[in-house]
Design a protein around this ligand. Structure first.
Ligand code: PGA
Length: 243
């Protein structure tokens, strides 16, 4: 499968300025035909408008979903609603959801199944804290997050795993190439299916090429550097295509 370069806008993006960034990215994808799959996950308020703006030049996704189809869950959005708005993928179990919204592996597992039910690709996030890494527990933590969060039935077509060491998210501190390669090999060994394994955590134009060339790196999940089309385009172009 081709590498997947996914942007996670988090709680950023308003109207026309956001559409201008998406359009610039769309123009580039159309003209340069990059060797990778491209996805942007804007805030939920922009998904329908983004899907309209982008017109299938690249994919649009959600950042979270409720596990239920519909019902009394004020403020929540179902996978079916994301699909209805034009999304084809959804991030589940991002560390910010796990940390600020108390999402457990069991909840993430249910959300991944909900994504499949709606016909969305689930991007399931895992990753250790700095303290866990320093204590030598990174491999064990990621293994147990995979066992708890990735449902049976995951295939390369319906699921990608994103390894995001929490201490590397939004900090400018990227994991070293040997550490990324070692963890991705470990995750590969833990997974029952040949899923794409994305790296996330301070991916930027200056380090994307090196990271995307590492073995078992099936793409990147990019936060801060996905907000400006010019930065994100450099990362997209750093992909050599195949994982
Ligand atoms: P960052 O975020 O690229 O800003 O570190 C990555 C993420 O949280 O998905």
């Amino acid at each position: 499968m081709r590498q997947l370069i996914a942007g996670n806008w988090k709680m950023n993006g308003l109207g026309n300025a956001a559409m201008a960034e998406l359009d610039a990215l769309g123009k580039h994808v159309e003209a340069a035909k990059p060797a990778c799959d491209v996805l942007i996950c804007p805030p939920a308020t922009l998904i329908a408008r983004a899907a309209w703006q982008v017109k299938n030049r690249f994919a649009i996704g959600g950042q979270d979903c409720n596990a239920e189809v519909s019902g009394a869950f004020t403020g929540d959005i179902s996978a079916e609603m994301l699909r209805d708005a034009g999304a084809t993928a959804v991030i589940v179990g991002h560390s910010e959801r796990r940390q600020y919204h108390g999402e457990t592996d069991a909840i993430v597992h249910a959300k991944a199944r909900a994504a499949w039910r709606a016909g969305l690709i689930a991007i399931i996030c895992i990753g250790e804290t700095e303290q866990q890494r320093d204590a030598g527990h990174a491999n064990g933590i990621c293994k147990s997050q995979i066992e708890g969060s990735v449902p049976p039935g995951a295939t390369p077509g319906n699921t990608a795993v994103a390894y995001e060491p929490i201490w590397a998210i939004g900090t400018g501190k990227t994991a070293t190439s040997p550490d990324i390669a070692a963890m991705h090999a470990h995750i590969r060994a833990c997974l029952g299916a040949p899923l794409r394994i994305l790296y996330g955590g301070s991916v930027k134009p200056s380090n994307a090429k090196e990271i995307l060339a590492l073995p078992n790196v099936g793409g990147a999940l990019v936060g801060g550097a996905s907000l400006k089309a010019s930065d994100f385009i450099t990362i997209v172009d750093a992909s050599h295509g195949a994982p």
